[in-house]
Design a protein. Structure first.
Length: 139
């Protein structure tokens, strides 16, 4: 695994002047075996704002959700179908949709990708609902 010692005369054998020496070596593969498996990363929440007003709210919402420990992916490009395909591709646990209707109600639509269920969640309850959803999906 790890070895070393004195190497007096090694420089001289290699064609240099006589001098004392020490050295060591470690097998990186052996050291890697000593490290445990990394903790499983949680699946992200995909934030999908629809419209300029929703984009402004989504920036603040993404920051707030990240502060609670959730992994959040915030995507602006493409239409709704393209954004949902991206959420599926990154393995998102849920999508949080924010459009004009949701803004008017002070809520967000949460689509659970595992069950297919969709519900309207007040913004004040969103972080707790998502934390529960992410926690229930840990395998």
């Amino acid at each position: 695994m790890i070895g070393g010692g004195r190497y007096d005369g090694l420089v001289e054998v290699m064609g240099g002047p006589a001098m004392p020496g020490v050295g060591w070596a470690a097998g990186i593969e052996r050291l890697a075996l000593l490290i445990g498996d990394p903790p499983a990363s949680s699946r992200p929440i995909a934030l999908v704002p629809l419209g300029e007003a929703a984009e402004q709210l989504a920036l603040k919402l993404a920051e707030d959700l990240r502060d609670t420990g959730l992994a959040v992916d915030l995507g602006y490009s493409g239409n709704l179908a393209r954004r949902m395909r991206r959420a599926d591709r990154i393995g998102a646990r849920a999508a949080v949709l924010i459009g004009e209707n949701e803004l008017a109600q002070g809520a967000a639509t949460v689509r659970d990708f595992d069950s297919g269920a969709q519900e309207l969640v007040p913004l004040g309850e969103l972080a707790a609902r998502l934390k529960a959803l992410v926690g229930s999906g840990i395998s």
